[in-house]
Ligand binder design. Sequence first.
Ligand code: PLP
Length: 367
Amino acid sequence: MSKQLLFLPGPVMVAPPVLRAMDRPLIDHRGPEFAEMLERISAALRPVFGTRGEIAILGSSGTGAMEALVANLFAPGDRLLSCPVGSFGKRFAGIATAYGCIVETLETPLGAAVDPAALQARLRADLEKSIAGVLLTHNETSTGVANDMAALAPMLREHGAITLVDSVSGLGASEFRMDEWGYDAVATASQKAFAAPPGVAMVAVGPRARERLQNPALSRFYFDLRRALEFSHLGQTPWTPPISILYALDVALARYHAAGMKAAFERHTRYADIVRGSLQRLGFTLFSQPGAHSDTIVAAYPPPGVDPNPLLQTLREEYGIVLSGGQAELAGKIVRFGTMGDVDESDFQTAFAAIEVTLRTLTSGVA
Ligand code: PLP
């Protein structure tokens, strides 16, 4: 296969030293070297989550971490308020429904972020405090929308519902202050802003969530967070972990912190600005509304008359530039351009040169 440049919403380009980290002999996952690595990884993640609390490392993709949060914190019959702003928010709600929760949806138009006033109004109307939990997506990958997690936090604290956050495509790319904002549990994964391969999910658990883990009415086994946290105190995971992916994540996190968290936030903001500006110059229309733009994924309609599918296909086959299309109702309508991973400004220039030529070919009917 010829060389590809991934601008996907994940997995992303992984730097050679991170890839090389996996080319090492395996170690005993019940031994001291593994314990040291697990502690290093947790310590590196704490400031990124913005927590001093506990972190569970799971062998799974991000969806497993979302399932772990729901399964460990809510029982069948619990009423949850889901606040989707796209497909991944709906997935979170779907998991909760599968676990027997009664899920109400706070509707938000596609392309917009959750309106803090709407969330506040719904929570204030819950005088009996029947809403046990709230499901939020920090960064919605399907629509390129970021929620303002700092602005939403006070409403949630005022109500007191346990709030779970999917930050699979947000954490590491933009600031998150779990303890200060008061979020109870947050899920993320290795293959997005941390620029490691897929296969490891990470969950931060706050004190209120920690208490709820003791609830005997909960059904869980593989993703039992109580057990995961008990084992993490021993420097282990309950089950055999993806050791090679953890090697890669360990190196990726060391590189992440060597460059600095602030630099990572600024880089993603800058790249997203570049992508939005370049796409608009080429005639694309942004899908996300002003003020709701994500720093990790830019979603946009192609110029009028251009079908996203041949555009994406030509970019992939002729130029090795790999972007994503839309999901669910946005399939065949939008393209999605990721800014995460080991890419630099020159890679974006390469991508935009290819997009420009492809658009010219497609609209001249020569394709
Ligand atoms: N949540 C968000 C916001 C995501 O972007 C993704 C993956 O793209 C997921 C959840 C699911 O993660 P995974 O595909 O790792 O299971």
